[in-house]
Design a binder for this molecule. Structure first.
Ligand code: AMP
Length: 443
């Protein structure tokens, strides 16, 4: 199949061929015609499947047929959970839309709001935004959604994991009822289905990866190792295998910093990205990693969410994620769009329960490989594969009355309901910011 059979106009076909794509990925083959026909879409697809082009290409085509956005108006809104993902979607919109006369912009927190307000003043056809900053801008009347035609929720599961549910509901209230809705999520839990019911209307359902599975072209295994030996083992693996571009996941910001420092001391160029780093530092580190200047990028889950690094061959979990779904997301960084990849986890005995949760979720026992000289003193117990867990039905959250303490408690409670491991939630800097906002005006 080629892109020209999907009904895309010549300007978009040209942009696609300039990107070097010749065959649509499965999600693109299914989503593009559906979106062009004006249908709502609900798609189970993780990063790496080509989902961004799957919604961006038909979106651009539909918008190019109508009148351009007037001052302050937004015609299509793409909501993403993180700044990095917003920036990447924004880049895709620019790249695919380069031969069309459509205006787009990206807004997210952590940078000055005024330049974003200026850009919105003229009106934009496509606005890519994270929920918190979008609400801040909306409260300041930076834009209007009266003429909004399309809403896209990207990585909806992560939005819920990060506690954005109330922000999303507030945003939905500000949008016109008649609109096209596209919803993308790596996993489709019951909470996501509940949210979908309030958003999509008679959607075309697309699934390009089996529920909660990892990409088949990624080889995965674990190295059992003592906790205090992990970073030494990582150093050994990097030099032994001559890994040139490695994305390492760390559960904590401090752990990410310490590992990057340790690697630098051992002559491996490395940097850490996480929520405490400025947007500038994060963008710079990502740029240097992509260009090959940095050999190792150490990231926390939230910072790494949706990172689009083409053909990343190697992902290492320095520690296992506390939320088993994050393992699937982490592994999604490699083996992208048909490339093969390796995902290696360094697992200490205290992580045995986390390992069991992951193996249960992906319904696979991960192969174990001992590395000579790093055999653990504290043995990792042998685990049996347990049947998949049944998803609990979450309570329906009440719509918030105000942004006061009780609504905050509701938000946090709801965030916990959506999390597979309620005791160990991450804190999210965006969320804390958004909690201090005043209630939003309805238009
Ligand atoms: P995404 O899942 O949207 O994050 O895309 C993952 C990667 O696949 C990105 O680097 C895209 O540039 C690339 N990609 C998207 N569509 C195609 C395609 N049809 N052929 C080859 N690569 C693609």
């Amino acid at each position: 199949m080629s892109f020209s059979t999907l009904g895309l106009c010549k300007q978009l076909l040209e942009a696609v061929s300039e990107k070097g794509y010749d065959t649509p990925s499965p999600i693109q083959a299914q989503a593009i015609p559906a979106v062009l026909n004006g249908r709502d879409v609900m798609a189970a697809a993780q990063t790496g499947t080509g989902k961004t082009a799957g919604f961006t290409l038909p979106l651009l085509q539909r918008l190019s047929k109508g009148p351009p956005a007037k001052a302050n108006q937004v015609r299509a809104l793409v909501l993403t959970p993180t700044r990095e993902l917003a920036a990447q979607v924004g880049e895709s919109v620019e790249a695919y839309g380069k031969h069309l006369r459509l205006r787009s912009t990206v807004v997210f927190g952590g940078v000055k709001i005024n330049p974003q307000m200026m850009r919105l003043r003229k009106g934009v056809d496509i606005l890519v935004a994270t929920p918190g900053r979008l609400l801040d801008l909306y409260q300041q009347n930076a834009m209007s959604f009266h003429t909004l035609e399309v809403l896209i929720l990207d990585e909806a599961d992560r939005m819920l994991d990060m506690g954005f549910i109330h922000d999303i509901r507030r945003i939905l209230k500000a949008l016109p009822n008649k609109r096209q809705n596209l919803m993308f999520s790596a996993t489709f839990s019951d909470d996501i289905r509940d949210l979908a019911k309030t958003i999509v209307n008679d959607p075309v359902e697309i699934s390009v990866t089996p529920r909660n599975s990892t990409a088949p072209n990624v080889s995965q295994w674990i190295h059992p190792v003592d906790k205090n030996q992990k970073r030494h083992l990582l150093l050994e693996l990097i030099s032994h295998h001559k890994w040139e571009q490695v994305l390492v996941f760390s559960r904590t910001k401090r752990g990410a910093n310490r590992l990057a420092e340790f690697l630098e001391k051992n002559n491996i160029q490395a940097a850490a990205i996480h929520g405490n780093k400025s947007q500038g530092a994060r963008t710079r580190a990502l740029g240097e990693f992509k260009s090959g200047k940095l050999r190792v990028l150490v990231a926390t889950d939230i910072a790494a969410r949706g990172l689009d690094i083409e053909q990343l061959p190697q992902v290492v979990n320095l520690d296992l994620p506390e939320v088993a779904h994050d393992y699937v997301h982490r592994i999604g960084r490699t083996g992208r769009a048909g490339a093969t990849g390796q995902a290696v986890s360094l697992v200490s005995a205290d992580e045995s329960q986390l390992l069991q949760d992951i193996e249960r979720l992906i319904q696979t026992l991960l192969p174990r490989k001992l590395v000579a000289g790093f055999e653990p003193q504290n043995k990792l117990p042998e685990l049996a594969l347990r049947p998949p867990a049944k998803a609990k039905k979450p309570k329906k959250p009440k719509p918030p009355q105000s942004e006061n303490a009780s609504s905050r408690a509701e938000t946090l409670k709801n965030a916990r309901l959506t999390a597979p491991n309620p005791q160990k939630r991450r804190r999210n800097p965006n969320k804390l910011k958004s909690q201090s906002r005043r209630p939003m005006r309805t238009p």
